[in-house]
Design a protein around this ligand. Structure first.
Ligand code: BES
Ligand code: ZN
Ligand code: ZN
Length: 502
């Protein structure tokens, strides 16, 4: 999509669609008189009479009857009273705009930036939020229908009307675009079926990404994992014909490889549960069990684009969890990369095993902080539902900064406790150092807590996205399917750390 950097006037717009924010007191908006002078006085009346809705998140599309302009339609976006709209609500409103633009197959679009400005949200923020929200809303899930003759529609050009500095508006819009595109890439990965997105394919994807952004990358295959003794991920992979991968990407922003943030993702490309097999309904959707890996790769894409001054290492453990005569089974005892032994009580608690080795590797490669992201437990859904990511941490200060980033991104995160008693239960085994499934009570904590055993004293945040990674239905910011959750929070977090020099 081309960004037209020439500021537009209402008379000169060359787009088919003009997007305008509209509130109850619209006449007070600076520029409103210029707008109605070109597009017609009755518009003010239509707003008063409710023919153009001002309600929050209500869109009204009217044809332009003015022969002297290229504009075919005006898309009004209801802002309520304009005073109380939050950045989250504005982003969601733009999500709806994105959906509408997709439906209309819009090619050229003009955004009247100033019509969305509020007391709390300035024009640069509007441009970021507009690009991000519309970019997310615009996303459609790729399908494999042979009857589908849908041509990939794309917006060709966007331009702006604003009294603010055009360079700042364009820069803001570009940042929003980067964020949206990275999330959408993550969504696509989550949506890819397990027979198509194998661990090897995920590694190929990461390699492409690394090439594009000049990241250092290392991909360990099965033989190399065996050589290193990564017994935990290898145990999960034992029943599979697809070889596992451990993918490591390094982004070095400072001269010295220090203060390194480690992003660790669960990349289980399909989770049958293994011998502790899932139910037939539980199996459906398990192609998305690599949502953590997708979030990490999405965040790395943003980092590659925006290049914050913070060292980052991403480690992804990837395999599927299958059944065969070779597969690992309950009662097995395995030795992880760290040397710690684990008694397997449930082969469906495989994510924590994959993460155990990945976390150990990240630390060994220099990570001074660890954020792990995983579709780890059904327990988090029981605890928090489908709209909240569950968290654990061992570092209050780090978590505080993280929460601020999540609020800025509009992604809800809620922390659960991890107590000494929980740890005791994770460490309870007659035959090994740890067990991988202490019980079904509050088991989101056991999942994350198990990973914590391999993190040790390193400042750490665990994110369980089992509820938030895959949407069960369409939402304002996108369709049913992969959400790309945590991509924006992780990137925002790293940008904050870089700025605050933490
Ligand atoms: N991949 C699942 C968790 C999951 C559940 C993700 C629902 C997305 C939606 C994970 O590997 C798993 O099976 N966890 C088990 C752990 C249990 C056996 C201790 C669970 O949560 O049921
Ligand atoms: Zn599982
Ligand atoms: Zn799983």
């Amino acid at each position: 999509m081309n960004i037209n950097k020439e500021g537009q006037t209402f008379q000169s717009i060359q787009s088919e669609i003009l997007i305008v924010g509209v509130s109850k007191n619209q006449e007070q908006l600076v520029g409103w008189l210029d707008f109605v002078e070109v597009f017609g006085n009755p518009i003010t009346e239509w707003i008063k009479e409710g023919d153009i809705a001002t309600d929050l998140k209500k869109l009204t599309k009217i044809p332009s009857l003015i022969p002297t302009t290229q504009v075919k339609r005006i898309l009004f976006v209801g802002l309520g009273d304009r005073k109380t709209i939050s950045t989250d609500e504005l982003r969601e409103s733009f999500g709806l705009v994105g959906k509408e633009l997709h439906k209309l197959k819009a090619k050229k679009v003009t955004l009247w930036v100033d019509s969305f400005v509020t007391a709390d949200i300035d024009s640069t923020e509007v441009s970021i939020i507009a690009a991000e929200g519309a970019g997310l809303g615009y996303y459609n899930v790729q399908n494999y229908k042979t009857s589908s003759n849908a041509i990939d529609v794309k917006i060709e050009e966007v331009s702006f009307i604003t009294t603010a500095d055009m360079q700042e508006i364009v820069a803001g819009f570009e940042v929003g675009q980067v964020y949206a595109e990275a999330v959408n890439e993550a969504r696509t990965l989550v949506n890819l079926p397990g027979n198509i997105l194998t661990s090897a394919k995920l590694a190929d994807y990461a390699e492409e990404l690394a090439k594009q952004y000049d990241f250092e990358i290392e991909i360990l295959n099965k033989a190399q994992l065996e050589e290193l003794g990564m017994g935990a991920i290898l145990a999960v992979n034992k029943g599979s014909v697809e070889e596992p991968r451990v993918i490591t990407i390094k982004y070095q922003a400072t001269d010295k490889w220090e203060d390194v943030i480690g992003l660790v993702g669960k990349g289980v490309t399909f989770d049958t549960g293994g011998y502790s097999i899932k139910t037939k309904t539980g199996l459906v959707g398990m192609k998305g069990d690599m949502g953590g890996a997708a979030a990490v790769l999405g965040a790395m894409r943003i980092i590659g684009e925006l290049r914050p001054s913070k060292n980052v290492i991403a480690v992804i453990g990837s395999t599927d969890n299958m059944i065969s005569g070779e597969a690992f089974k309950p009662d097995d005892v395995i030795t992880s990369y760290s040397g710690k032994t684990v008694e397997i009580l449930n082969t469906d608690a495989e994510g924590r095993l994959v993460l155990a080795d990945a976390v150990t590797y990240a630390k060994q490669q220099g990570a001074n902080y660890i954020i792990d992201v995983a579709t780890l437990t059904g327990g988090v859904i029981t605890a928090l539902g489908y709209d909240k990511t569950g968290a654990l941490t061992n570092d209050e200060t780090l978590f505080e900064t993280f929460l601020e980033a999540s609020l800025e991104a509009g992604e809800f995160v809620w922390r659960l406790p991890l107590t000494e008693n929980d740890k005791k239960r994770i460490r309870k085994s007659d035959v090994a150092d740890l067990n991988n499934s202490p019980g079904s009570d509050g088991h989101m904590i056991f999942g994350g807590g198990f990973v914590g055993e391999f993190v040790g004293d390193t400042p750490w945040i665990h994110l369980d996205i089992a509820g938030t990674s895959d949407a069960h239905g369409a939402h304002d910011l996108g369709p049913k399917g992969g959400t790309g959750v945590m991509v924006r929070t992780l990137a925002t977090f790293i940008e904050r750390l870089a700025k605050e020099d933490i």
